[in-house]
Design a protein around this ligand. Structure first.
Ligand code: ZN
Ligand code: FE
Length: 218
């Protein structure tokens, strides 16, 4: 009977829960699922830390309500990116590190920390400018674009599930870069350099990556 159903059986024994066909099919197509999984952990480590750091950056844009609003969209969307991909790590046989420090250290992008010194509980606010914050935001988005582009390259034509996630995230990261190019151009250089789009309808809408519409069980 099973001879007539080409996919009824494969390399994994019936009932064996120590193996995953979802990983075996990647290996058969030349992608090491463990390598991809570690890359995804690094990438969502960066999304998670960026979400944290953007909280600080957004708060310190006091008086620039427009900048704050857009930074909030980018901040919440980075959290959505973490949420979207975290289940995929488990599907690939991995797990989130127990220690958040380990998770932060392996992030694939630099810390998006405040561009002024921090001593004994306070930032050196005298030397803080909106321009310097916008520069940190812009470079964080650029690192994210590079990261998710690499994951798109790794998975294209091989792993449709991860590719779909990565391309959704990449679309938002490219929009984030455009927002901060626009804001920094005007703030620093007095130059009009339109993003082509405005803030989200709701803060952090994540039109491509939100996992409410994509994966309710996450
Ligand atoms: Zn992101
Ligand atoms: Fe982003």
């Amino acid at each position: 009977m099973s001879d007539e159903k080409p996919h009824a059986a494969g390399n994994v024994d019936a009932g064996d829960t120590s193996e995953r066909v979802g990983m075996a099919v990647l290996r058969e197509r030349g992608l090491e699922p463990e390598e991809l999984r570690e890359k995804l952990l690094d990438a969502i480590g960066a999304e998670f830390t960026t979400y944290y750091y953007y909280t600080n950056l957004r708060m310190h844009l006091a008086g620039h309500e427009d900048y704050k609003e857009i930074t909030e969209d980018a901040r919440l969307e980075d959290r959505a990116h973490f949420e979207l991909v975290a289940p995929r790590v488990y599907e690939l046989g991995g797990a989130l590190p127990n220690d958040i420090r380990e998770f932060a250290d392996r992030a694939s992008c630099p810390d998006a920390d405040m561009p002024v010194a921090y001593e004994t509980g306070g930032f050196d606010l005298e030397n803080l400018t909106a321009e310097s914050i916008l520069e940190v935001l812009l470079e964080a988005e650029r690192c994210a674009i590079r990261t998710w582009s690499e994951i798109c390259d790794m998975t294209h034509g091989v792993d449709p599930r991860t590719y779909d996630m990565a391309q959704r995230i990449l679309q938002e990261e490219i929009e984030h870069e455009a927002w901060f190019v626009e804001l920094l151009s005007m703030e620093r250089d007095g130059e009009v350099n339109p993003a082509g789009h405005f803030v989200r309808g709701e803060p952090g809408d994540a039109p491509y990556s939100t996992n409410n519409r994509f994966n309710d069980s996450a």
